[in-house]
Design a protein. Sequence first.
Length: 235
Amino acid sequence: MFTGIVQGVATIARISDRPGLRSFRLQFPDGFAHELAIGASVACDGVCLTVTELHGANEADFDVMQQSLSLTTLGHFREGDTLNVERAAKDGAEIGGHPLSGHVDVTAEVESIRQPENNHVIRIRVPGGWMRYIFAKGYIAINGASLTVAEVNKAENWFEVWLIPETLRMTTFGDKAAGAPLNIEIERATQVFVDTVRDALEERLGPLLPALEKLLASQGQTLDTLASPVPLPKG
């Protein structure tokens, strides 16, 4: 498990390919790899990877299978690129973000960036089917970072997050431009809640469900509005 609090930025020192498998050698910031062992888990831009070999005090190798390369942004990386990293949480660790599995649900894309004073706002476009799990003031993991959703437009399939200077300092988000791909992990409790409500509505309403959806659409809403969870405070 991970907490979504990025602990540093790693650099891809080497990439090597074998049939169906790609290996990354990552160079970590000083101190990040202290007591890191073969078999340990590290979230790399939100993807849970396993250490396969250690090189000195600050480098380690990770193998990524073809499916993970195709379902995440890892297939886009080149040597010299950087990514967010976090060590697996230990028992009793403070959950400063929200619990993450390191299993990416979908890739999204930076639609635009704007920079109000002392802030950095990223608008992110997501495939439509996943927007049902994204709500204003809810949690979401982007490239392994636990963030709070600021605004949502389900009709246009985008949401926004606001980043403070400290978040930009500790992550790679400051380097992202429009069109950049991102790994998204949906907050699991929200997904379970939404799917449970939708299943219950479909089971109870049956053939009446299309009529309800049509009525909601006439009011500028969707079935997901009924499944919207009430955000709980962090902490």
